[in-house]
Design a protein around this ligand. Structure first.
Ligand code: NAP
Length: 281
């Protein structure tokens, strides 16, 4: 079997086109503040892409760039200022934050109604309870890709590799909310392959190239690769793509898979925050 490639760019374009039409009807325009602390090259690339996507759909974006040596209280002071700024509809704090800054404490400061990433504890709690709210962008994008590709989720055995706050854990919760049977693997899991070989869907968010190899999947599995790793000039995922695509029924590429959908979901979440906060339709 050779897998169907799930085209994240094409799906993301559709989401952005719809958001653009939606935003055109709104006045004032939604405004997203993106807080970038330090000079992490990957974070600079990601935040630039997020600003570009805002521009494309007509959302205003504020670029809050803080120096690498900022203290936790400096960052929190900025967040409080943005929370109080009525012209700001969404706040995104680009992670990872530089060492010495406690991400949990910083993310907990984002006003829940402006939390476009869905990482604030109350919003994350709603996700865990299966209540409506703001859903973290990468996991939301993965579910959308699966559904748009015609995958029926209830009853499927989904295995998530990784349990981070930004991808693995919320993705496992979302899959559970979609009535999948969910297994979560992490760095302490013994014989990960024995678990992934039972999966109908494997989602990988580990941050190491070729973590999922062809011997770890059964014939016909659906494979979602959230990994983004630099190998020289090349961007690669966490899946041994060339080998796994020969066995999978569907697979996402890197680049051009989960990444563009993450940004599209951020735009959707910004519009959602705007509408809920301003009670707009
Ligand atoms: P992270 O915080 O470093 O978490 C990695 C997770 O993988 C941890 O839970 C770790 O377990 C687990 N792990 C490590 N080795 C493993 C193994 N052999 N088998 C199973 N699990 C293993 O990373 P992250 O922030 O979730 O990011 C993961 C990847 O996704 C990165 O490449 C990142 O760049 C990418 N990413 C992409 C997007 C996008 O928009 N496409 C967005 C966010 C992240 P422990 O918990 O036990 O340490």
């Amino acid at each position: 079997m050779v897998a169907k490639i799930i085209d994240g760019r094409e799906l993301a374009e559709k989401v952005l086109d719809k958001a653009k039409l939606d935003v055109a009807k709104l006045a004032p325009k939604p405004c997203l503040a993106i807080v970038l602390v330090g000079d992490n090259p990957a974070s600079i690339v990601y935040t630039n892409k997020k600003h570009e996507a805002c521009k494309k759909v007509g959302i205003e974006s504020k670029n809050i760039k803080l120096p690498e040596n900022s203290s936790e209280s400096d960052v929190i002071a900025w967040i409080r200022k943005l929370n109080a700024d009525n012209s700001v509809d969404g706040i995104l704090v680009q992670v990872p934050l530089p060492g010495g800054i406690d991400e949990d404490r910083v993310l907990a400061e984002v006003a829940k109604e402006k939390d476009v990433d869905g990482f604030q504890p109350e919003n994350f709690g709603k996700l865990a309870l299966g209540l409506p709210g703001i859903t973290p962008c990468t996991p939301k994008g993965v579910i959308r890709m699966l559904k748009e590709s015609g995958v029926t989720l209830p009853g499927k055995h989904a295995v998530v590799m990784g349990r981070s706050r930004i991808v693995g854990k919320p993705l496992a919760l979302l899959l559970l909310n979609e009535n999948c049977t969910v297994s979560i693997c992490h760095s302490r899991t013994k014989d990960v392959g024995a678990i992934t070989r039972q999966a109908d869907i494997v989602c990988v968010a580990v941050g190491k190239p070729k973590t999922l190899t062809a011997d770890m999947v059964k014939e016909g599995t659906i494979v979602i690769d959230a990994g983004t790793n630099r190998e020289g000039e090349k961007l690669v995922g966490d899946v041994d793509f060339d080998a796994v695509k020969e066995k999978a029924s569907m697979i996402t590429p890197v680049p051009g898979g989960v990444g563009p959908m993450t940004i599209a979901m951020l735009i959707e979440n910004t519009v959602q925050c705007y509408k809920e906060r301003r009670k707009a339709k």
